[in-house]
Ligand binder design. Sequence first.
Ligand code: PFF
Length: 464
Amino acid sequence: MLNEEAGASSQRKSLHGNWTSRLAFILAVTGSAVGLGNIWKFPYIAGQNGGGAFVIVYLFCVVLIGMPVMMSEILIGRRGRRNPIATMKLLGEEEGGSGHWQLVGGMGVLAGVLILSYYGVIAAWVVAYVQKSFSGVFAGASAGEVQAIFDSFTGDWIAVTGVFTLFMATTVWVVARGVERGLEAAVRFMVPALLLLLLALLGYSINSGSFGAGVAFMFTPDFSALTWNSILVAMGQAFFTLSIGMGAVMAYGAYLPQETSITSATSAVVVADTGIAILAGMVIFPLVFANGLDPASGPGLVFVTLPLAFGQMTGGVVFSSIFFVLLAFAAWTSAIALMEPAVAWVVEKFHESRARAAILVGGITWILGFGTVFSFNLLADVKFLSGTIFSNVDYITSNIMLPLGGLLITVFAGWVMCRNSTAEELGGAGASYRAWRLLARFIAPIAILFVFLSAIGVIDLTGK
Ligand code: PFF
C-alpha cells in the first residue's frame, strides 16, 4: 500500500526537532556508542574469551556487520523521521512491504528498556565509585581490600538502589528536557575529555612493567580459545558497543539534517568507538597483569582492577575520581540514547508530553532494574540459563535481541526498500553505496544468521 506521503520523504519533519549540525549528530551518536560497553564490558568479555582471537573476531564484526547495520538504521530513521515503531510501519507500507515491520521497531524499544534496566545499575556502581575514589579508600589498598569494597557495595541492595534511583532520575530529567539541548553540550565536552584521560592512563600502563604482557594478551590470537559462543559474544558486543540493532541510532537518525552524509558520519563514530574500546583494553590488561589479577574475572574487572592500580599511583585519588566521573558521563549519554526510542514512541503514540513520557519509561525501567540490583545480593544464588538475572538480561538483549533486530533492519534496508530510496539517503549510487549494499544485502545478514543459528545450538547443548 502506498502511503500518501510517498515521494515526499525529504519534506518530513521530526516532531522532536533536529540536531543543530553534522558534528552534533556525530557527537550524539558517539556519546551513545561510547559508554560502559567500551570501558567496562569490552575488556572483561575479551578477558573471559581468551583475548587476541576474540578481539580479531570483534573487529571483523564491527566492520562487516556493525557499519552496514548502523548505516541502515540511520537511513531508515531519517527517511521516516518518527520513532522506530512508527518509522518501520510507515516505510514498510510505503516501500511496498508490510506494516508488520513495526514489530522490529517494537523489539528495539523493548530491548532499549531492558538494557537500560541493567545499564543503569552498573552506571550506579560507577557513580558510587566517584564518591569512593574521592574519599581515598583505594589509596594503598591491597587487591583483597579493593575486592571487599566492591563486594560489600554491590552486595548492599539498599545503597545500590539509592544511587540507581538518582542515576535514573537524572536520565529522565535530561530526556524530558529534550535530547538536543542537554546532550549536545555534554558530549562536546565528554568525548574529547574521556579520550585525553584514557591516553594519560595509557602512559601509566606503559610504565607499569606489564604492558607487554597486557598487549600480548589482547593482540596475540589464540584461536583454540574461541568457541561458537565467544563468536556470538563478539558479535553481540559489536552491536552493543555501537548502540545498534535496537532503534536508538534510528531514533537519532530521525533528527538528522537531510544534507549530512550518513556514510562519513558512521565511519567517524565507528572509528571513535572502536579506538576507545581498544584503548581501554590497553590500559586495563597491563594493570591486571602487573597486579597479578585474573583477566577473566568478569564484570568486576574495572571496579576492582583500576581502583587497585590507582591506589598505587601518585595522585591516584584525583585520577581515579576523574576517571569515574567521566565514565559516569559516558554511561549517562548512553542511557539517554537507550531511553529515546521508547520515549519518542510514547510521545507520538499517546500524544504525551516528553516529561510524562520520560517519567513513565524511566519508572518502568527502574522497576525492571531490581532484577539486576538483586543479582548481586538477595538473588545472587538464583541462576538459570546463562547465570543470574543480570547475566540473562544482558545475554538475551546483547546476543539475541540486538543481532536479530540488526538482521531484520539490514534485510529491510537492503531488500525491502527500493534502490532509489536507499541511494537517495546514502548520497547516490557510487562505490561506497555499492559496498554498503553488498554488505547489507548479503554479507551482514548471512553472517548474523549463521552465528546466531549456531549459537542457539550452543545454548541448547551446554545449557548456557
Ligand atoms: N553503546 C553503549 C555502550 O557501549 O556502553 C550501550 C548502548 C547505548 C547500547 C545505547 C544501545 C543504546 F541504544
